[in-house]
Design a binder for this molecule. Sequence first.
Ligand code: FAD
Length: 435
Amino acid sequence: MWFRPNGSMRTARVGERRVSMDFGVAYTEEQQQFRKEVRAWIEENVPEDMKEPVDGRDDTEEQWRFWLEKHREMAVKGWLYPTYPKEYGGGGLSGDHETILAEEFRQARIPWSGSSLLFATLLVWGTEEQREKFLVPLLKGEATSWQKLTEPKGGADLANYQSRAVRDGDDWLLTGSNVFISGTPRPHWTPAGPNYLYGPMLTDPDAPRHRNLGYFIIPVPSEGLDIKEMDLLPGHDQHAIFMDNVRVPADHLIGGETQGWQVLGAHLDQEHGGRGRAAPSPRDAFAAKMVDYARDTKHSSGTLGSDPVVQQTAMEAIIDSHRDAILGKRTYWMYSNRMEVQYQGNVADVHNREHQLRNTIRVRDVMGMYTLLDRNDPRAPQEGAQEVSQRDKAGQRHAGGSTNIAKVILSRRIGISRTQERAAPTPSTATKFGS
Ligand SMILES: Cc1cc2nc3c(=O)[nH]c(=O)nc-3n(C[C@H](O)[C@H](O)[C@H](O)COP(=O)(O)OP(=O)(O)OC[C@H]3O[C@@H](n4cnc5c(N)ncnc54)[C@H](O)[C@@H]3O)c2cc1C
């Protein structure tokens, strides 16, 4: 992909000169061919009723099983986790390929992430044996995993972890609980959960903060492990986890037994924006949908969009979402070129959270109370998509750590925090494409 200085397109006068102003993204012949291949695959493989429903609460066990199977097929093509190393089952493809996949899959409402927070952790901290054991099946789509961080006492202060890991011979016994753990399958579906949970546990209660945690991968199902669904405002994707002396073998500890905080750094760096976004998330499309609504809805003598106040609000929303896409893309560009991402991912993370909230308010200002009608109400515009978005954005303020915590991290990264401690940026784990 490259930015074309195409003189035949828009131009602007700068002093006496007329310069090219076409900043459109152009794709190479090979990339356009790749896009065609992806579209043809979607056409052939993805029936309409297997696409992600507008409201996540309408997903079905049949869809879950369909996508478990399809993800394996996508992994064989290198499309499930495109930029991860081929030697571990990843696609070995470039960031440009991932961008095309993200654009096409999201357009077609295919459940797909292109990454997982556990991958960087295993690539940076896992032994070769652990990568073979955990990373390979995950990258091949043969296993799934959920991150397990937040405890009932609170999620913001992760260094103050209470769930315990106690050595028992060569094994560890894990006891504790978690809340808000996100993941797809519902407890009454088959399979009922992921293959692994991963996250920190307190291994040495007498050691100082940041030197007292271990980082574990926990097999599911396990004796003593219970997963319960939480029905929350955004839907039913969050879970409570209870562990009562769950036995895990020694090789399920990633890093040293008191290095969990440092291992967690690789995991959280990705969660807090360190990988960027190849293409905007469908979650961010709701502002564009609001513009569609303003354009298509009759109002007084014209359309809703002919009202100058609506125009102003819609324009601000669109500028905000474009700025957000560019910030996410900048980090992604750095990540996929194996540059060290310092504060840029955190800037994009804070902006993403805040712009979503600003835009949900703008959507309500333009579309009014119709935004709160759900899919069951015949008057709900856009199949209730805005109502889903209004609930979702309320939850997203806290998902992945809260916005306040994202700001604390950003201020640390730019050197203005109360403490001098600054987490080291995690090295990029993108494939060295072509080398
Ligand atoms: C939709 C959704 C999905 C989620 N998915 C997962 C998941 O998959 N896995 C997982 O482990 N967790 C998940 N979470 C939990 C999420 O990570 C936590 O909600 C978050 O870390 C905050 O923890 P808390 O809710 O316990 O708030 P608390 O830690 O109790 O904090 C309460 C409030 O105090 C503020 N606060 C706390 N400390 C500070 C500080 N030092 N400076 C400034 N403000 C502070 C917080 O911002 C928050 O507003 C999810 C949450 C949601 C809503």
